[in-house]
Design a protein around this ligand. Structure first.
Ligand code: NOJ
Length: 477
């Protein structure tokens, strides 16, 4: 080889390897979910969903807010004129990612069977609109909500549910897989099965019964199996796209670190909330401590070796974590009852809507994921809060320093973990906009943008501008 050729080859090699090493930018985002923001509950051939049914026909809010509230109109984000304005607000905010979910009951109104092309097109246009604005869509395929006809068939209690979900997810991946770089199979299975279903089924003031808790395990298992099946399908297509799952992580801490009973209760709680999902996904097994307790209350739950091997073999490309607050527990509480304490001696004295404000636990869970679960790629797919009395509009301004402080401190602790080697790739605030907060209806406003629910007028809160600054300050991460 002559000298020029060698130099030329070296040059090409350097350019190519620099290109392949070019890291994708850190994702800064905001999140929503279909039922909470879309409204338009009977538009374009949408079928009835579980939450349409619950809010309109059952009145789930009777327990919690004493007044019937629904997502029928919500913040009108199905409407393109409206969401284009919202995309503009995201652009001004400076985010490069938007997490939202698809409504299964729009796409396949009967749950199974023929897809609704109008709905498929709607989401395609939304994805294109986001891409045109330079915002990466993080698409949650399923966020607590599914067609009501399937609920009537038992939902996740029906052994067919995993197949119904698979057919829906497959349709979505086939349709959007070339445009969407990040799919999410499920959102917070723990919350779906162990908290929300309990609130819907019994008096939420009563602690969760052990029997109920255990009976939900089979449903969670079916969801994990469906997750693995969809991940495999996605991976077999070899798309230039990733697929992950979102878990709520609530690392547990003892009320009093000097009391061994509190420490033991915290350990148990950690296993029940976090390891219960992390272990099957990353280690192909349920934690022994949880299975032993299960055996006592639900002897019928006996996952097969094949199931576990399958779940463990289909690793998500990234793990989304929703972090709000740790679970602080006392030894004398039955840990199984999941009776979390609102506050803790070390937490801030101000009460948030999401529990004790202790951002150091976000760091702790990120480091646990690094050290105990093989350091997976992680995106913080939700973090945020509301504080009593803050979300009030005075002279067209919303001053919410506690929300800013919450967000800032969580970002600081998250980045500390990143600096110490945790594979963290993004941070997403819940939520961009005030919206329908499930059993709390419209009473809790977690948005960076204030929404007048009557007029649909949007007003960025002070925390919107503060988050904008934080994103600027961390540019180049
Ligand atoms: C988690 C859920 O994914 C989301 O739907 C909910 O609104 C937020 N937490 C806030 O509670």
């Amino acid at each position: 080889m002559n000298k020029t050729l060698i130099i030329f080859s070296l040059l090409i090699f350097t350019v190519l390897s620099a290109k392949s090493q070019k890291k994708s930018p850190f994702l800064w985002g905001v999140a929503t979910a279909a039922y909470q923001v879309e409204g338009a509950y009977q538009t374009d051939g949408k079928g009835e969903s579980k939450w349409d049914f619950l809010t309109n026909k059952v009145g789930i809010t009777q327990f919690t807010i004493g007044e019937k509230q629904t997502g029928n109109v919500s913040i009108n984000m199905y409407d393109r004129t409206q969401y284009l304005k919202d995309i503009q607000l995201m652009k001004e905010l400076g985010v490069n990612a938007y997490r939202f979910s698809l409504d299964w009951s729009r796409i396949i109104p009967d749950g199974t069977g023929n897809p609704n092309e109008v709905a498929l097109k709607h989401y395609e246009v939304l994805i294109d609109d986001l891409l045109a604005a330079g915002i990466e869509p993080l698409v949650t395929i399923y966020h607590f909500d599914y067609p009501a006809v399937l609920l009537q068939k038992g939902g996740w209690g029906n052994p067919e549910m995993g197949n119904w979900y698979f057919n829906y997810a497959k349709l979505v991946i086939d349709r959007y897989g070339k445009k969407v770089k990040k799919f999410i199979t499920f959102n917070e299975p723990y919350i779906e099965f162990f908290l929300v279903e309990n609130m819907l089924n019994s008096d939420p003031k009563k602690p969760l019964s052990k029997e109920f808790y255990m009976s939900q395990m089979q449903k969670a298992h079916s969801q994990l199996m469906a997750n693995a099946k969809v991940i495999k399908y996605h991976h077999d297509l070899k798309l230039n796209s990733q697929i992950g799952i979102v878990l709520n992580v609530n690392p547990a801490g003892p009320w009093d670190a000097k009391k061994s009973a509190d420490v033991a209760a915290a350990k148990f709680q950690d296993v029940l909330i976090n390891d219960l999902f992390l272990d099957p996904l990353y280690k192909g097994q349920y934690p022994k401590m949880a299975l032993d307790s299960l055996a006592k209350y639900n002897p019928t739950f006996k996952p097969s070796k094949e199931d576990m091997a399958f779940i463990g073999s289909q690793k998500p490309d990234f793990l989304g974590i929703n972090f709000y607050a740790p679970a602080i527990v006392k030894g004398e509480d039955s840990a199984m009852s999941l009776k979390w304490l609102d506050n803790n001696p070390d937490a801030d004295s101000v009460k948030s809507s999401v529990g004790p404000v202790m951002p150091e636990y976000l760091y702790k869970i990120l480091m646990r994921l690094k050290n105990e679960y093989g350091n997976p790629d992680v995106i913080i797919t939700e973090n945020g809060a509301s504080f009593k009395g803050e979300d009030v509009k005075i002279n067209n301004k919303i001053n919410d320093p506690l929300r800013t402080d919450y967000i800032k401190r969580h970002i600081d602790w998250a980045l500390k973990a990143k600096n110490e080697g945790a594979n963290l790739h993004g941070y997403v605030v819940w939520s961009g906009w005030d919206n329908f907060e499930w059993v709390s209806g419209y009473t809790k406003r977690l948005g960076l943008i204030y929404v007048d629910f009557k007029t649909q007028e949007r007003t960025p809160k002070q925390s919107y501008y503060d988050y904008q600054k934080l994103i600027q300050e961390h540019k180049g991460l």
